[in-house]
Design a protein around this ligand. Sequence first.
Ligand code: ATP
Ligand code: MG
Length: 575
Amino acid sequence: QPSGRSGVLAGLDPDQARAAEVVDGPLMVIAGPGSGKTRMLTHRIAHLVLECGVPAGSCLAVTFTRKATEELRTRLTGLLGRKADAVAVHSFHSLGLAILHAHAGRAGLAEDFRIAREAERKAALAEALGVSDTRAARLVKAVSVLKRSGGKGAGEEAEARIVLDRIGRAQGWVDFDDLVLLSADLLDKDAEIAAAWRTRFPHIVADEFQDVDEQQYRLLRLLAGDNGNLCVIGDPDQAIYGFRGADAACFARFGRDFPAARTLRLQRNYRSTGTIVKAASGFIGAPSSGLTRPMGEPIIAHAAASEAAEAEFVAATIESLLGGHDLLAANRAGGVTSSGRPLGFADCAVLYRTDAQAAALRTAFDRAGIPFMKSSPAPIAGHPGVTAILDGLDGAEGQDLAARIGQAAEDARRARRADAAALAEARGWLTALSGSVQVAGDPVLLGEAVALSSEADFRDERAARVTLMTMHAAKGLEFPVVFVVGMEAGLVPFSWGTATPDEEATQDEERRLFYVSMTRAKDRLFLIRAKERFWRGAVRALPASPFLGQIAADLIVSESASGRKSRQSQQLNLF
Ligand code: ATP
Ligand code: MG
């Protein structure tokens, strides 16, 4: 349904166009997956720039992940061409860094402050407090939660925080949480600096708002000012970062803090087939949004004998879909996407709950000769100079750093074409990060190295590769074909093995994470499990995920590992 508008907004439906046109004052846009929230956001910026005379550099778009900033940038370039380079597209951390770099002294930081890695903070704390490494590690994590939530904490945690902050200031470093926290503190205490940033960015949009934590929210609010033009967009059903202190109650809070705020909803799902929309909304208990696409093919549930067999099933299905070997559909030519374009490797994504699951997929894909890119945790590993960065980085932090260095390098590359401020910012990241991981040499050179090494196997969207990524990383993205692997109790929903007081909240979050995963699929969705896998130190038989049974039976077709299919699925046309 066209919006009936001319110009940039012609590409929106009436609800979307209405949201894009409200450019003055606070606005909340709440809507389900695939309803065009991000599309609305980018068209809103294009409308501001092309039709309201707002300079591109006055628009700030804030989102979460590096992938998401890339996606926004790409979509903006599609609408604005070169003008899109001037739009400020930031993750919360890069925004915080930009603010702190501009006013390091005023924020109480050394001009050349850097970001300390977790291991360094842990060692510093262990030494200062005379506690064990394990205890120090626990305290460092607790401090991180305190900082994100805005809580003061008590006892040992509060003390650890004070000690860490003191050491950090003395040694000239901050941590990732500080980037947001200290920049918000700065805007809070310095009216002049706050006013300057408000003047610089009179128009702010924040995507994936359901995942903001306390400090990120505070930073947005301070940047927007009391009656600011702040548009927040999101879907409470997709909130998946509670474990990092995010709170989907932020929508209610926004309504309280900005009493003039309007709320608009988008009604139709443009992304997925009717089958996928109905299955997903039925699963999460959301009212089904309006369909714009036919029902399409059923969802396929498949139980493979083992983890290796699961990966081989994915590889073989991809071959089959692309017109290679015929595993599922006899004598079919290669599939096409909903737009009629032939299906390629880049149209397929495999999502998993834990990063360890990628190993079996790698093996199967290598064997089958299927090109893939793994979007975390170490996109830049493989480059000799850069791998030495990454050695010894622990799990999540390694992912974080790798992603951020990659982002900085990408920004530096872009900035060569854009403005000096962006280049300075990218340099800032590289300086801050390279200091923290003890890289010798020129940070900008490092950036170049990173950019070059990562380009082929990681960031180049044109590269025809299957995407492997965690469910968390897939937020906001979409693919014609999605495989969710590891559909077993223990993985989906993930169980930590210990009962926590927050168990219910955690389970709800796991449910939303699976909802996010399902709704990444445009045309085809495969839910796959292994009847046994190596898990927590042993080969174990894991029961099927309880979530599988919560998908409406008429929308899903089950296959068994023996290759015998139900009558229904024998007639299945893959496309
Ligand atoms: P998510 O909650 O998963 O982030 P979203 O609400 O941000 O989803 P988008 O990614 O903006 O949804 O849109 C989903 C898909 O539907 C995109 O491919 C987008 O281009 C397409 N789409 C959205 N609105 C329209 C429209 N009015 N006409 C045509 N295509 C549309
Ligand atoms: Mg989106």
